[in-house]
Design a protein around this ligand. Structure first.
Ligand SMILES: [Zn+2]
Ligand SMILES: [Zn+2]
Length: 241
C-alpha cells in the first residue's frame, strides 16, 4: 500500500484526510486553512508513550493535537496491540502488530502506521462503512464481540453503531463512551442518546462479574473504584429522569 500523495490533518481535531482535501473538516467542520500535511504534522507533534501498567501504555500527541484523544498500546508478550490510533505519525513508537478500533472517530494516522509497521487493522463492520473512513484501508472487520490474544472485545453499539469496548487483564478501555465534567461522568452527547444510554447499561452488566483495576478513557486513566462510583451515579441519574 502506498501513502497518498496528499494527506492532510485538521489541527482542530486531529482528523486525517488521506488523498483528499475538502473545504471543511469532515469530523469537526473546521475550515481547510488550518489543515497541515501529515509530514508537517509529524514534524510539529510527537506521540508520548506513557506507562499505565507494566504492559499497557497510553499514546498521546504532544503538544496536544485537538481534544485529548488517547489511544493505547498493549504488549501481550505474543504481540503488540494498539487500541485506536494517534493522529500524528511518530516512527519511534513501539511497533503495532494489530490495531483495533473502539469506533471510527479515532482512526488517526492509521494508514501511515499500517504501512510502516505492517500492522493488521480492524474495526467493527458497522463503523467501517461510515464516510469518516474515506481513504482508510482495513485488513478485516468484525461483526460481534471476540477474544484474541487475551484481549476481549465487546460490541456495545451506542455512540456509533459499531462502538466496541475492550478489556485486557484488569484494564478496561472505554474511549469516549463517557467523559468527566466537573467531577461527574456524562454520556457522550454525540450520537443517538437512547442507544448510548443502553450501551452504558450493557457496559455495567459486563463489568458486574469482573475485577478491573483501572479505566482507560479518551481523556485519562482513572482508578476503577472511583470511575465505577461515578459511572453508577450517572446511570442512576439517567434512570431518574
Ligand atoms: Zn477537524
Ligand atoms: Zn467518538
Amino acid at each position: 500500500m502506498c501513502i497518498p500523495r496528499r494527506q492532510y490533518v485538521c489541527t482542530e481535531c486531529g482528523y486525517n484526510m488521506p488523498g483528499y482535501c475538502p473545504d471543511f473538516c469532515p469530523f469537526c467542520g473546521a475550515e481547510k486553512r488550518i489543515f497541515i500535511t501529515w509530514k508537517e504534522c509529524s514534524t510539529l507533534f510527537d506521540v508520548a508513550c506513557l506507562e499505565v501498567t507494566g504492559n499497557i501504555s497510553r499514546l498521546k500527541a504532544e503538544p496536544p493535537l485537538g481534544p485529548e484523544l488517547s489511544s493505547y498500546c498493549i504488549d501481550t508478550g505474543e504481540s503488540t496491540i494498539w487500541i485506536d490510533c494517534p493522529p500524528a505519525f511518530d516512527s519511534t513508537l513501539p511497533s503495532a502488530n494489530h490495531i483495533v478500533f473502539t469506533h471510527n472517530h479515532l482512526l488517526g494516522a492509521v494508514n501511515l502506521y499500517r504501512r510502516h509497521f505492517h500492522s493488521r487493522v480492524r474495526i467493527h463492520a458497522l463503523d467501517s462503512a461510515n464516510s469518516l473512513c474515506r481513504g482508510f484501508a482495513f485488513d478485516g472487520t468484525f461483526h460481534d464481540s471476540f477474544v484474541e490474544d487475551g484481549l476481549e472485545a465487546f460490541h456495545i453499539n451506542g455512540h456509533t453503531p459499531g462502538f466496541t469496548i475492550y478489556i485486557y487483564e484488569h484494564t478496561l478501555f472505554v474511549s469516549d463512551l463517557v467523559h468527566f465534567d466537573q467531577g461527574r461522568l456524562h454520556l457522550n452527547l454525540f450520537g443517538p442518546q437512547d442507544e448510548t444510554a443502553n450501551a452504558a447499561k450493557r457496559t455495567h452488566r459486563i463489568l458486574e462479574s469482573r475485577r478491573i483495576d483501572q479505566v482507560c478513557g479518551h481523556e485519562n486513566v482513572v482508578p476503577f473504584e472511583y470511575w465505577m462510583k461515578k459511572f453508577e451515579d450517572m446511570l442512576t441519574a439517567k434512570t431518574r429522569v
